[in-house]
Design a protein. Structure first.
Length: 136
């Protein structure tokens, strides 16, 4: 269904008008009932012009990252192991659409995921490319 976004146990139904919202909501609820899936009444938000969904703020003006996710990246210390680098790259990947040329900026960091001699490269490469992590 166009305008229906599902991630694990979260559903987001978008629409242009209240009539469209009502029709889509009815269809989604009908299908959930057919599948014997129950909703938690306390977790449902109905007909809201804007909301936070999966670390993004969704509104009629568009989609933007929530500040807490951006701050986590901005304050992230240079990684000191391949595991920590992987974590940082995963965080960055989540906001790809908001960071121009992200792949270009992280291309020199990707091979470092396979390095075993981290002590040899910690400062130089990380500090040189660290300023590109900032996305806000």
């Amino acid at each position: 269904m166009e305008g229906l976004f599902i991630y694990l146990d979260d559903l987001l139904v978008t629409s242009i008008s209240l009539d469209e919202q009502r029709n889509k909501r009815f269809l989604v609820l009908f299908r959930l009932q057919e599948a014997c899936i129950r909703l938690s009444k306390d977790k449902c938000v109905w007909v809201n012009p804007s909301l936070d969904f999966l670390e993004h703020h969704v509104s009629p003006q568009g989609i933007r990252p929530l500040t807490n996710g951006v701050e986590a990246i901005q304050t992230h210390a240079p990684p000191r192991s391949s595991k920590k680098l992987h974590t940082l790259l995963d965080m960055l990947q989540y906001y790809t659409r908001f960071v121009p040329k992200l792949a270009e900026h992280t291309s020199k960091l990707q091979p470092m995921l396979h390095y075993t001699e981290w002590a040899l490269l910690l400062s130089n490469e990380m500090e040189v490319h660290g300023h590109h992590w900032r996305c806000g």
